[in-house]
Design a protein around this ligand. Structure first.
Ligand code: NAG
Ligand code: NAG
Ligand code: NAG
Length: 924
């Protein structure tokens, strides 16, 4: 029956329209795509600024002139650790790291009084006498110093320091700081003055003060006691131990046959509760091992711990990889940037009702989804490609070091998820502004939360993994995690000069990429189907119930026309008793329902629309008990005051709202269930023009024509004809963007759209509003021509238009049809009077009234203002000739300024019907 366009025709039409649309929006698109480029350039600029900063001598290995001379050229300078401060040293090449005597860690608040400097060592054992012997062996009773080489003899002593170690052993702060070294021994001399001795390190001679510290051992009953004592000492200051305990030992069940100990050591907390990375435990262990050896083998036995030394290293210049450092946050923003773009674009089509307009002209959901999704996907892919290529060309390690195929898969899955999400959310927004604001808040909020909260959890290894995975269910965090992993891999790779993330790294349990990919992939599929489902249920016009997918299992509804005759309630029939024309229409509808014919394009059967009351207002019937049958070839005019229910009726017929009860059949298809089928043979000219601002009139018509399955030369011809007939052809109007059209041109374009592609049923909601008389005339001609083989329902406020165009009229008041018939019949039925107008001076008003009374006693004065009076004269009482005679007579008696006699107009009928209906309403 209907020449329905195929899926691919619709897809093609939509694609071409979108491409044209995007061609016009090329600036916006360019700006969007430039965003990642600009960001990458910004990162490169920041990077070069930082590099320039690190290129200064402050961050280079320190250099000095050899032999303590003060002036020398740069090339003569010798560089090395010995000339560097703590920061510079990081840059230095250290081919031969210095050897440092092992240091015993002493409490940091040590030896403030500079006198005896006691060091406490706690110990316990299962066998106290054993423990006592061992602890007595720990410290020498007097210093063993060879004054000709103090440095070498240090290893024979217990050297302690309260200076904290650094991250590496390239530098031993115990030696290089100003604090003195301590030799821990059993007894210190009374005058603990200290001794300054010179020592050589990396070819330089430095000086160091050395003092005595008195090591005392204390027996404790159990390791619990030791533990408590250490704990209480710790509590005095939150960041370090302030007591004087250097270390503690539990000898457990050790004896001459076995050695088994527990050592308590000190670690020093810097800010942020991170212990320094180096710990001075080796000397403690060596100390107690020596004591045990001496217990076994006698006092002469010694296991000398000569030095500690870092491994050699080459130069490690300072470098901060900005892209990797800021990557998580910045790149999250870059990728999320697409989300508002997609969302607002979808909401725009919804807010401007363009989606439903396309749907009403036959665009199926399948093509719409495919093309829209494909379009956004293409946009996103190009955007991401620009992003990755820009970053790579600019040499950001974030991109160049990680495997491109992982990056591609990651971004591809994510943008798909993001588009699906935008589709899902667009169902819940109806306003572009709200959607935009919400989307941008989400973008920036996600980035910031990711950077400052989520990353904190990621870095905290004690944070449960399950919770991290839970958080990654939020797509923004999944994205953040993925980018974070890329950044981590790039940072590690750039400092160690290897390759970043590869596929085999995904099996590494600490690498979160695998879980992120799985989560995002699953979410993409899920969100996509939920979005499609919600779109089907929520979107206006599809007419699907939340369980539409079960439709196949339910019993098919009774096929349209084969509905059995319905018993109506008597009261309703009574209510319409006095409107024979309306009753006749009802009977016609019932007849049609019993014996369907293909001739009637529109059949409404007891259609009702009820709007429930809101905020305490009572509910309202917008349409009640509407029976209507419109055959093909007829233009049916709907008249009625504002708010009479005309637009509600049309909304039901075009699928924007659902009838509360009753049914309507268009081309034999039920509006409640088969709207999609109806759309293929329907045209709509809505009350407000629904057009794309940036498309031209011709492009609009081409698009809708293609949707209606017009192709090739037929399409072009139809468009040309349509443009010409509606006077949109001349002066390049057809190729101007619709946004620049005047109101009347838009209106004409809307009418042209509703008629293109030969729809069988056309609804026109006040098509001629805002048109100049010439355009209106031309529009009328088009409609007259168009109604020949189709049914048109037209609403209008212009009686002239109704009379000129409509074969039948229905006057709508308060949601129900008050009368129906062709204009002549209506005038005859409701008119039946002439309107006689006469203007005379106010002195003669009475004379005019008398004259009219003589013509007919049934005359009825309907208007009176300063000498001008209007009367209704029943047609059966007066002959026109008599009226002329009476006027001639009157002219002789007094001055008649003006006079006239008119047949009833449709306007009179309209006013009368509306008034009567209101009177009836107020009575009942
Ligand atoms: C405790 O240790 C000492 C010294 O090694 C040993 O002589 C003694 O037998 C030990 N006592 C016990 C009960 O093992
Ligand atoms: C002290 O050190 C010097 C130089 O290393 C050495 O010659 C001398 O024998 C040492 N003296 C003792 C008593 O060890
Ligand atoms: C060392 O002592 C602890 C605590 O008593 C014990 O659990 C462990 O088995 C002992 N180790 C050896 C090697 O005896």
């Amino acid at each position: 029956m209907v020449n329905r366009s195929s899926f691919w025709t619709q897809a093609n039409a939509l694609l071409r329209k979108n491409l044209t649309f995007q061609k016009r929006n090329v600036n916006t698109n360019l700006r969007l795509i430039l965003f990642p480029l600009i960001l990458c350039i910004l990162l490169v600029v920041i990077q070069s600024l930082i590099d320039a900063q690190f290129n200064t001598p402050d961050f280079k290995c320190g250099c000095a002139c050899p032999d303590k001379s003060t002036t020398c050229s740069d090339s003569e300078k010798v560089c090395g650790v010995q000339y560097s401060n703590q920061i510079q040293i990081i840059d230095c090449a250290i081919p031969k790291p210095p050897e440092w005597p092992p240091i015993l860690q002493l409490p940091s608040e040590f030896c403030k009084d500079n006198r005896t400097c006691p060091v406490k060592v706690l110990f316990t054992a299962n066998n106290q006498s054993f423990g006592q012997i061992l602890s007595d062996n720990m410290f020498p009773s007097a210093p063993i110093v060879n004054y000709s080489d103090i440095m070498a003899s240090l290893v024979s002593n217990v050297v302690g320091s309260n200076k904290n170690p650094e991250e590496t052993n390239f530098n031993e702060p115990a030696f290089t700081s100003d604090l003195p070294l301590f030799l821990v021994q059993n007894q210190c001399p009374r005058n603990n003055t200290g001794l300054i001795f010179p020592y050589q390190i990396a070819g330089t001679t430095l000086e160091k003060e050395i003092k005595c510290a008195q090591g005392t051992r204390f027996w404790r009953k159990s390791s619990t006691d030791i533990n408590n004592e250490l704990y209480n000492g710790y509590q005095r200051d939150n960041t370090r131990q302030t007591d004087d305990v250097a270390s503690a030992f539990d000898f457990l069940d050790s004896n001459e046959h076995g050695f088994n100990i527990t050592v308590w050591y000190k670690s020093y907390f810097k800010t942020g509760f991170r212990p320094s990375t180096l710990l001075r435990i080796p000397r403690s262990v060596n100390l107690i091992s020596n004591a045990y050896l001496q217990f076994l083998r006698g006092p002469g036995t010694k296991m000398i711990f000569e030095f500690v030394k870092e491994m050699p290293k080459s130069r490690t210049p300072f470098r901060i990889e900005v892209a990797s450092l800021l990557g998580g946050l910045f790149f999250t923003w870059v990728v999320l940037q697409l989300f508002p773009v997609v969302l607002t674009s979808l909401v725009y089509e919804k807010q401007q009702k363009l989606r439903i307009m396309m749907k009403m002209h036959g665009l199926g959901d399948g093509p719409y989804w495919m093309i829209s999704y494909g379009y956004f996907l293409a946009l996103s892919v190009i955007y991401m490609l620009c992003f990755v290529i820009c970053g790579s060309v600019l040499g950001l390690k974030f991109f160049t070091l990680n495997d491109y195929s992982i990056q591609f898969v990651f971004y591809f899955i994510y943008i798909n998820l993001q588009i699906s999400l935008a589709f899902l959310l667009s169902s819940f927004f109806s306003n572009v502004k709200t959607a935009t604001v919400t989307a941008y808040i989400a973008v920036f909020g996600t980035g910031l939360l990711g950077g400052f909260l989520f990353q904190f959890f990621l870095q905290d290894s004690s944070f449960p993994r399950g919770w991290i995975i839970c958080m990654e269910l939020y797509p923004g965090f999944a994205l953040y995690r993925g980018l974070y992993e890329f950044a981590q891999s790039a940072t590690i790779a750039s400092s160690s000069r290897t390759y970043g993330m590869r596929w085999q790294d995904l099996s590494d349990s600490s690498n979160g990429m695998k879980e992120v990919l799985i989560i995002m992939f699953a979410e993409w599929k899920l969100v996509f189907f939920v979005a499609y489902y919600i779109d089907q249920v929520l979107s206006t016009g599809s007419g699907k119930t939340p369980l539409f997918f079960l439709k196949g299992f339910q019993k098919k509804p009774l096929s349209s026309f084969s509905k059995p005759g319905i018993q109506r309630q008597g009261s309703k029939v009574l209510a319409q008793m006095e409107k024979p024309d309306v009753i006749q229409e009802r009977e016609k509808v019932e007849q049609l329902l019993r014996e369907p014919t293909v001739n009637h394009a529109i059949v409404c059967d007891d259609l009702k629309k009820f709007y429930p009351g809101k905020d305490g207002n009572p509910g309202k019937f917008a349409v009640r008990e509407l029976f209507l049958a419109v055959p093909r070839g007829e233009c049916f005019g709907m008249l009625g005051p504002n708010g009479a229910g005309k637009t509600s009726f049309i909304s039901m017929m075009i699928g924007l709202t659902k009838p509360t009860s009753g049914a309507a059949y268009v081309q034999g298809l039920d509006v409640r269930a088969h709207m999609d089928g109806i759309y293929t043979s329907m045209g709509v000219c809505p009350q407000h023009d629904l057009l794309w601002e940036s498309l031209t009139g011709r492009e609009h018509l081409l698009f809708y024509g293609r949707l209606k399955n017009l192709k090739g030369s037929v399409l072009n011809q139809a468009v040309e004809e349509s443009l010409k007939s509606l006077n949109l052809f001349h002066g390049g109007v057809a190729d101007k963007q619709a946004g620049k059209y005047s109101g009347g041109m838009k209106r004409r374009l809307s009418v042209a759209i509703s008629l293109i592609g030969d729809p069988k049923v056309v609804y026109m909601d006040e098509p001629s509003t805002g048109l100049d008389p010439a355009s209106r005339k031309c529009l009328w001609n088009v409609i007259k021509l168009a109604k020949r083989d189709r049914a048109i329902i037209l609403t209008t406020h212009s009686m002239e238009e109704a009379e000129a165009l409509c074969d039948r009229l229905g006057i709508f008041v308060d949601g129900s049809l008050q009368c129906i018939g062709n204009p002549k019949e209506l005038k005859g039925r409701y008119g039946g009077t002439y309107v006689f107008t006469m203007t005379a001076s106010s002195d003669h008003e009475k004379d005019v009234e008398n004259m009219v009374q003589q013509l007919t006693p049934n005359a009825n004065k309907i208007y009176h203002l300063s000498g001008t009076q209007k009367f209704e004269l029943p047609k059966e009482d007066v002959k026109i000739a008599n009226v002329f005679q009476a006027v001639e007579l009157a002219k002789r008696k007094f001055t008649v300024v003006a006079w006239g006699l008119a047949d009833t107009t449709l306007e009179d009928v309209f006013i009368k019907v509306a008034r009567e209906a209101h009177a009836f309403d107020t009575l009942s």
